[in-house]
Design a protein around this ligand. Structure first.
Ligand SMILES: Nc1ncnc2c1ncn2[C@@H]1O[C@H](COP(=O)(O)OP(=O)(O)OP(=O)(O)O)[C@@H](O)[C@H]1O
Ligand SMILES: [Mg+2]
Length: 362
C-alpha cells in the first residue's frame, strides 16, 4: 500500500539546451494540499505538465498512486487540471464546459446537471450556465475553468495559478471555497502560485522552487520561521535581509556585524548550525519593535536608534522604514493603533530580540 499520490524521482526537463527542471525529488501524500511557489520562469508549470502528462521528463520517473506513468497519456492518469490559460472550449456554453468531464465519463444526465450546478455555485457563477466563454470576463472564465476541474471530483487535482485573475475579495473567498472542497472530498491538491499569501493560507506544505530546483520544502510556518537560504527568506514574506561582514563569539554569546560601519547585533545560533557558516541575517519586520522613546527598550547591543524615513499606510498596519545612523535601512511593521501620530523624520528607537534574527548560510 503506497500512501503517496505522486512521486517524482530525479526528474529533469530540458528544452533544447535549456535546463528547466533540474533533478527534482518530491513525494506528495494522498490528501495533502501542496503549493509550488516560485518566481516567474522557475519551472512550476513545466513540473505540473509533467505530472499531468502534457510534457515528458527528459530523465527520471513520475509515479502516480505507486505506478510509473511512463507512456501513460494524460486522460489515463485520473487527474484533474486547471490550466494557467483556462483552456475553455469556445463553442460550448459554461454549463457544457463544466459538465464536459462528467459527460466523457458517461454519467447520467441528471447527475451531471446537479454536479454542474453545484460546481458553479461553489465558484459563485450560478446563473451563467447558458453563456459562452467569450461573453465572460477573464475572472469569470477562470472560475469556469475551476468549476470544470472540480465538477468530476477527481482525487488528484493540479491547479496552475487558478485565482490569478480575480480581485482580492473574490480571491480570498475562493481560497476558502477551494480549501473546503479539498478537505471535504479529501482530495490531493498540487497548487501552483507566485502569491505567497495564498500559499501560506491554504497549504499543508509549500515547495519553494528557484531556477528549476527545489530550494526548500516545509510547512508554511516552518518556511517562514526557518528559511534555509536568503532566496527563501526574501521570497516568502517581507524581510530585512542583511549580509554579515563578521561573526564572533565572546564567551557564550555570539555577535554579528552587519554592513561596514559597525552595526552589531547579539544573535542566537540555531541547533545544527555552526556560527561560522552564517552569511546573511533575516529579520522579519514584525520582529523589529519600534518606539518613540527609549522607555522599556532593552539595552545594547540590540537596541538601535534611527530616523523614520518613510511610512507606508497599509490600513491596519504601517510599514515603517527606519534609517539607522550608519545608513542601514530597516523595515518595521507597526500596528496602526499602537503608535498613532508617527511622522517622517521623527527620531525613533528599535529593538530586536536575539532569537528573532534568523541566520542563513547562503
Ligand atoms: N515548450 C517550451 N519550449 C521551450 N522552453 C520552454 C517551454 N515551456 C517552458 N519553457 C521555458 O522553461 C522555463 C520554465 O517555464 P515554466 O512555464 O515552467 O515557468 P513558470 O514557473 O510556470 O513561470 P510563470 O510563473 O511565469 O508561469 C521558462 O524559461 C520557459 O521559457
Ligand atoms: Mg507557469
Amino acid at each position: 500500500m503506497n500512501s503517496n499520490d505522486i512521486e517524482m524521482v530525479s526528474v529533469t526537463k530540458t528544452f533544447g539546451s535549456n535546463l528547466v527542471v533540474n533533478n527534482i525529488d518530491l513525494a506528495i501524500p494522498t490528501g495533502e494540499f501542496v503549493s509550488i511557489l516560485g518566481p516567474s520562469g522557475c519551472g512550476k508549470t513545466t513540473t505540473l505538465n509533467m505530472i499531468a502528462g502534457f510534457a515528458q521528463p527528459s530523465s527520471g520517473e513520475i509515479r502516480i498512486r505507486g505506478k510509473s506513468q511512463r507512456g501513460v497519456p494524460p486522460e489515463k492518469r485520473g487527474i484533474g487540471m486547471v490550466f494557467q490559460n483556462y483552456a475553455l472550449f469556445p463553442h460550448m456554453t459554461i454549463a457544457e464546459n463544466v459538465g464536459f468531464g462528467l459527460k466523457m465519463k458517461k454519467r447520467p444526465a441528471g447527475e451531471t446537471r446537479d454536479a454542474v450546478q453545484n460546481a458553479l455555485r461553489r465558484v459563485h457563477l450560478d446563473g451563467f450556465e447558458n453563456r459562452y466563454p467569450k461573453e465572460l470576463s477573464g475572472g469569470q472564465q477562470q472560475r469556469t475553468a475551476l468549476a470544470r476541474a472540480i465538477a468530476p471530483e477527481p482525487s488528484l487535482l493540479l491547479l496552475d495559478e487558478p485565482l490569478s485573475n480575480l480581485d482580492l475579495k473574490l480571491r480570498e473567498a475562493m481560497r476558502v471555497e477551494l480549501k473546503d472542497i479539498q478537505e471535504q472530498l479529501a482530495m490531493t491538491f498540487v497548487y501552483v502560485t507566485h502569491d505567497q499569501d495564498e500559499a501560506m493560507a491554504m497549504s499543508d506544505r509549500i515547495v519553494v522552487m528557484q531556477d528549476g530546483v527545489i530550494a526548500q520544502t516545509g510547512r508554511p510556518a516552518e518556511i517562514y520561521e526557518h528559511p534555509r537560504s536568503s532566496f527563501v527568506a526574501d521570497f516568502i514574506g517581507k524581510s530585512n535581509l542583511l549580509p554579515i561582514s563578521d561573526i564572533r563569539q565572546i564567551e557564550n554569546d555570539w555577535f554579528v556585524s552587519l554592513g561596514t560601519k559597525g552595526l552589531t547585533l547579539s544573535v542566537f545560533i540555531p541547533d545544527g548550525m555552526s556560527g561560522h557558516d552564517a552569511r546573511y541575517c533575516c529579520i522579519r519586520p514584525e520582529a523589529v519593535r519600534l518606539a518613540v522613546t527609549d522607555e522599556g527598550i532593552p539595552p545594547l547591543p540590540n537596541r538601535l536608534e534611527g530616523t523614520l524615513s518613510r511610512i507606508v499606510n497599509l490600513g491596519a498596519y504601517f510599514d515603517c522604514f527606519i534609517t539607522l545612523k550608519d545608513g542601514t535601512v530597516l523595515k518595521s511593521l507597526v500596528r496602526s493603533t499602537r503608535l498613532p501620530g508617527l511622522a517622517v523624520n521623527q527620531a525613533v528607537f528599535l529593538s530586536i530580540d536575539p532569537d528573532a534574527v534568523q541566520l542563513l548560510s547562503r
